[in-house]
Design a protein around this ligand. Sequence first.
Ligand code: ASP
Length: 178
Amino acid sequence: MKNIVIIATGGTIAGSGIASSYKAGQIDVNEILATIPRINELASIRLIDFCQKDSNDITEKDWLGLRSLCYALGCDKEVDGIVITHGTDSFEETAYFLNLTLDIDKPVVMTGAMRPATATSADGPMNLYEAVALACRPKAKDAGVLAVFADTIYSGRDITKTNSLKTNAFDMGDVGML
Ligand code: ASP
């Protein structure tokens, strides 16, 4: 079984509250993992709480810290892949930065959600499950930073948020999805 590290940074995937008055980055990702026990059949999972932020508050310092953490995990023989949970508002900026600056050959897959963890039909659990599944795949190695949302694989270089309401809120323009 692969060893996957999930780095949590907050965002709506860890959000709590009713409708549009929810707050991002409130819920421990362990609570989300507990709702999808079969994720433990995919991989052995370790969670690192990097920060609990709305992604509008992610700073360059956070980017550098994330990059260093991913690099250290990339050098750790006990780690097969990395999943990063992140808010969607500055998702593409973090994905682009990591894609440009990370030079590791292990899968790095980012994901998030459009509905808070407390919502009816929260999309975070399935996105997280699919991100972990992708991070286990040999084909996800040496592929740059990848992203998963709504059953779709994106490149961290080209992903763009194009919608603020739908669960499939991202696009890659003319490039098409991976
Ligand atoms: N404001 C939230 C964030 O970017 C939105 C989201 O995650 O979808 O953290």
